[in-house]
Ligand binder design. Structure first.
Ligand code: DX5
Length: 227
């Protein structure tokens, strides 16, 4: 069974102090760092180009993953791998040929992952589990941080967990959730089978600091996780 991992979304940081935020997140004990890449078309927001990510790569040894909330992942994938992202997450909803897209990402030398928006059925990923090292079940509608956790996604998380386990991939494929994850919501997601927890606003608004927030979410996930 894969370990519990806590990863921040970089989305809520003060972008005038991006480098300092990356150093602080590393020091806070996160396991990896997620960049929410948005193109203003797949979602109504525009965020990080590859050069911004590349400019921070030297500041931490922690793995980077790019959550590509973009309409054209095939066009963008190479640049984000070159920017230093070890994993690329593409959305089912943006891929006409998902199996090929995931294979292309692996050929670039990165690990591939697939994301499901709240309304997308879990069986959309059933035939690509052998190509990914992570499935992301969105627990908000993508585009912005600070949204409320959609608890009705928990049955879907459970189904994806069962799919991974039934395929014999419990030791190689992570189940990630992203959106509204906090000390108050993490236990429900972990109990349903999520072992990688993405948190943005909950980390940065903790009055006791990033390290405390990471520890709180990690403790909740570890106590509740049912793989
Ligand atoms: C949505 C983003 C957010 C972000 C986390 O597109 O992907 O989910 O990572 O935001 P919080 O943790 O503030 O909900």
């Amino acid at each position: 069974m894969r370990p519990v991992q806590i990863a921040p979304s970089v989305l809520p940081v003060d972008f005038s102090k991006l480098g300092e935020a990356i150093v602080a997140l590393d020091a806070a004990g996160v396991d990896l760092i997620q960049w929410d890449v948005m193109d203003g078309q797949f979602v109504p927001n525009l965020t990080f180009g590859p050069d911004i990510i590349a400019s921070t790569r030297h500041l931490t040894m922690k793995p980077y993953e790019a959550h590509l909330m973009v309409l054209t992942p095939d066009v963008m994938a190479k640049r984000y791998v070159e920017a230093g992202c070890q994993r690329l997450i593409v959305h089912v909803e943006a891929c006409d040929h998902l199996h090929r897209t995931l294979g292309n990402i692996r050929e670039l030398g990165a690990t591939a992952a697939v994301a499901l928006n709240p309304s997308t059925p879990p069986d959309e990923v059933e035939h690509v589990l052998d190509l990914v090292d992570l499935v992301l079940v969105m627990t908000v509608n993508p585009g912005f941080g600070g949204q409320s956790y959609i608890a009705s996604m928990e049955p879907k998380i459970r189904i994806v967990r069962e799919m991974i386990n039934r395929a014999g991939l419990a030791d190689s494929v992570d189940l990630e959730v992203d959106g509204g994850i906090s000390p108050a919501t993490v236990r429900g997601a972990a109990a349903a089978g999520a072992n990688v927890l993405i948190a943005g606003s909950a980390l940065f608004k903790d009055p006791q600091g990033l390290g405390h927030a990471v520890s709180e979410i990690r403790a909740g996930a570890t106590a509740a996780f049912r793989g």
